[in-house]
Design a protein around this ligand. Structure first.
Ligand code: 5AD
Length: 345
């Protein structure tokens, strides 16, 4: 069975049918075959280097009400923090000194950090030579433009689900169309664009997951993050079941087959459900790790879901563990910034 070739069929109906079949078959052998194939495609298409992106979660304030997320504005149990811009820049400088090539600045949708404040920060951090990825949610196109002009290289904005009904259910007051418009704007501004979705959301079917994977390819993403849904008790979806690890691994493998040249991380959500998640991710399609380098005093407060991995280790310890894992797997730490790659024909 060569799923990779089948999934490259120009007829989208064939691709969809193939995805449906693979997602609907729980046999462990199907997962193992997909993981092996994804590993081979990863090796051929993006090589054996692993890109390390240091992530700073700089604010857990959020104006949105996403029904799965612990940062949603109605959650009053959470202690909110904002890291002052000069401390963010300092943390980024330390990351550069450790050897990181990319810094990811992530927050809730928090307009406290204005267009100008962010642009200044981006300019300052760019002086270190690192690539900058922003993940700050939906903002006016003018904000995206100013940050791009200030030197931001990439933007992460997950579409979370490709199903418009489920999207509206989980994101009150907004719509999938708005999210897709933001992704288009980012693309037009010349960002390398990352998106993705959650696996195992309540109400999600194999068919919806197949559509998620098709949308991911349609968007021609340079980066794609897929991770299991994890219920947070202080949210409306808190009593629901978590996404399954085998299904998450299957979707990761399929993501590699759908987007052969994309940068795919072994996500924190996966390692939060499964101790060996980062290793399983890297051996099943992923080529990126994103150690959390948020200063420790804030780290555990960024609780998008409970039992989040990596909340107690120092940035240096996490970075070291990341290097060790890459070594152990016989892979190499990338020395380049790991920008988006163009397709090999
Ligand atoms: N479980 C898993 N992932 C979550 N995210 C937010 N809440 C949860 C949850 N309960 C993910 C979303 C979001 C990213 C920052 O974290 O995909 O885009």
């Amino acid at each position: 069975m060569n799923c990779y070739q089948l999934l490259q069929d120009p007829d989208q109906a064939v691709v969809k049918q193939q995805l449906n079949m693979l997602l609907g078959d729980d046999h462990p052998q199907v997962l193992e075959n997909l993981r092996r194939e994804a590993d081979q495609v990863r090796h051929r298409q993006v090589g054996d280097t692993v890109h390390i992106r240091g992530i700073i979660e700089f604010s857990n304030y959020c104006i949105r009400s996403c029904r799965y997320c612990g940062l949603n504005r109605s959650n009053e149990e959470i202690h909110r923090y904002r890291i002052p811009p000069d401390e963010i820049v300092e943390t980024a400088r330390e990351a550069a000194a450790m050897g990181l090539k990319t810094i990811v600045l992530q927050s809730g949708d928090d307009f406290f950090y204005t267009r100008e404040v962010m642009a200044d920060m981006v300019r300052e951090i760019k002086k270190t030579g690192m690539a900058i990825t922003l993940a700050m949610g939906e903002r006016p196109a003018e904000d995206y433009r100013a940050w791009r002009e200030a030197g931001a290289d990439r933007y992460l904005l997950k579409f979370e689900t490709s199903n418009p009904g489920l999207y509206s259910l989980f994101h009150p007051g907004t719509s999938l169309d708005i999210r897709l418009r933001c992704l288009l704007e980012l693309r037009e501004l010349g960002y390398q664009v990352g998106s993705g979705f959650m696996i195992g959301l309540p109400g999600q079917t194999a068919e919806i997951l197949a559509d998620d994977l098709m949308l991911m390819r349609h968007l021609q993403l340079e980066m794609a993050g897929v991770g299991p849904f994890i219920p947070h008790p202080a949210t409306p979806l808190g009593v629901k079941q978590a996404g399954g690890v085998p299904l998450a691994l299957k979707v990761l493998a399929l993501s590699r087959l759908m987007l052969p040249r994309a940068h795919l991380p072994a996500t924190t959500a996966l390692s939060s459900l499964e101790r060996d998640g980062r290793r399983l991710g890297l051996t099943g399609g992923a080529n990126v790790l994103m150690p959390n380098i948020t200063p420790l005093e804030y780290r555990k407060l960024y609780e998008i879901y409970p039992q989040k991995a990596e909340v107690t280790d120092t940035p240096w310890d996490l970075y070291k563990a990341t290097l060790e894992l890459i070594n152990e797997l016989g892979r190499y730490v990338a020395i380049d910034p790991g920008h988006g790659l163009t397709p090999i024909k």
